[in-house]
Design a protein around this ligand. Structure first.
Ligand SMILES: NC(=O)C1=CN([C@@H]2O[C@H](COP(=O)(O)OP(=O)(O)OC[C@H]3O[C@@H](n4cnc5c(N)ncnc54)[C@H](O)[C@@H]3O)[C@@H](O)[C@H]2O)C=CC1
Ligand SMILES: CC(C)CC(=O)C(=O)O
Ligand SMILES: [Mg+2]
Length: 359
């Protein structure tokens, strides 16, 4: 007998709308193939929610989120806000608020290259081959949540970088537990030579490390980590870092997997799981049907695995993506133009190929 689960889908803005429908279709197909009962509801967040209600995260969406077993999210953002930093109500506030409200303090971002994408990256294949990194990005602290200030004359501004001991402890334990199931190496990234918040971070990670003597711990400064990631990605196993550094390092790391359109993530913490591509609403390609839907589809796989414990089903999704890439199907962002055996597809055609390969 299959499982019964309620999934809230929040497509959001821009390409979030275009790709999330494919994550959802994959979940529907898995439910049918494996005799599960998934019921879906939809919520609004971001620019679409501001337009409809004036609020980037309406109470109704938050209520639906609390009542669901897992959430599949797309992306938020609109050029209007990026071009006008003085606007007070902003799409990003919706995403930050739902992360805080649902206690989603750990953002897991796996970085793994599908074999057939070795040529898609601008990094040399011999450097990439075998790279397999799991980022633990802290998600509900740091400068994103510290006090924001603007001087009265509006000529100076500050965002407080703040971490509390318990916030570092809880994500560090999660990262160490994961390292134990992998290659038993953990690299904690900070800027402890300069920042007090990073000095606390390092101190706490050093304490937690004592609980995991079987895991090799390394501490690295963010500037060096940004360089090492591209120079020698294979040296990393689990990377543990704060909200801001993790945000930046994982966009960089998307080049190890070929594209921003390939990276899925799981945000977990107190209870419910929230699954999202790492990319944003991509104004430059939104509405053109060009976005890569694989990050949303792979987010659906993480949802099946982490929130529902459906490991075979998750593997089935990953295999369907792998087969699709082996067949030569590519969206523009992962096209190599090196081989005649590539077929460039738009969002919907690519999503449909993965669905075909699921069955
Ligand atoms: N989690 C979220 O909802 C996030 C939202 N944002 C918001 O998104 C908006 C755009 O921000 P950007 O800095 O441009 O970051 P972005 O991640 O939206 O796009 C960066 C680059 O990657 C490409 N890209 C991203 N996803 C892709 C996909 N699935 N397929 C093919 N190419 C893809 C885009 O075309 C663009 O060239 C902003 O309003 C920003 O605030 C940005 C990052 C994360
Ligand atoms: C609102 C931003 C913090 C979104 C983002 O860039 C991310 O979560 O990666
Ligand atoms: Mg980001």
């Amino acid at each position: 007998m299959g499982v019964e689960k309620k999934i809230l889908v929040i497509p959001g803005d821009g390409i979030g709308q275009e790709v999330t429908s494919w994550g959802k279709k994959v979940l529907e197909a898995i439910a049918e193939n494996f005799k599960h009962k998934f019921t879906f509801d939809e919520g609004i967040m971001g620019h679409v929610a501001i337009e409809a209600t004036g609020d980037p995260l309406p109470d109704e969406t938050l209520e639906k989120a609390r009542k669901s077993d897992a959430i599949l999210f797309g992306a938020i953002g609109h050029a209007k806000y990026d071009n006008d930093p003085t606007l007070k109500v902003r799409p990003e506030q919706g995403l930050l608020k739902i992360r805080k409200e649902l206690g989603l303090y750990a953002n897991l971002r796996p970085i793994k290259l599908f074999d057939d994408l070795l040529q898609a990256s601008s990094i040399k294949p011999e450097i990439l081959q075998g790279a397999d990194i799991l980022f633990f990005r802290e998600l509900t602290g740091d400068v994103y949540f510290g006090e924001k200030k603007r001087s009265e004359d509006r000529t100076s501004a500050s965002d407080l970088m703040i971490y509390h001991k318990y916030e570092v402890e809880r994500i560090a334990r999660k990262a160490y537990e994961a390292a134990r199931t992998r290659r038993k190496k953990l690299c904690s990234v900070d800027k402890a030579n300069v920042l007090e918040a990073s000095r606390l971070w390092r101190e706490v990670v050093q304490e937690i490390a004592k609980e995991y003597p079987d895991v090799e711990t390394e501490h690295m400064f963010i500037d060096n980590a940004a360089m090492q990631l591209i120079k020698d990605p294979k040296r990393f196993d689990v990377v543990l870092t704060g909200n801001l550094f993790g945000d930046i390092l994982t966009d960089e790391a998307s080049q190890i997997a070929g594209s921003m359109g390939m990276l899925a993530s799981a945000s977990v913490g107190d209870a419910i799981g929230f699954y999202e591509p790492i990319h944003g609403s991509a104004h430059d390609i939104a509405g053109k049907g060009l976005a890569n839907p694989l990050a949303s589809i792979l987010s659906a796989a993480l949802l099946l695995d982490i929130s529902f414990g459906l490991k075979d089903e998750a593997q089935r999704v990953i295999k369907a993506v792998d087969v699709t890439l082996r067949q030569g199907y590519r969206t523009m962002d992962i096209a190599t133009k090196h081989t005649a055996n590539e077929f460039i597809l738009g969002t919907d055609a690519m999503g449909a190929k993965v669905l075909d390969n699921l069955n």
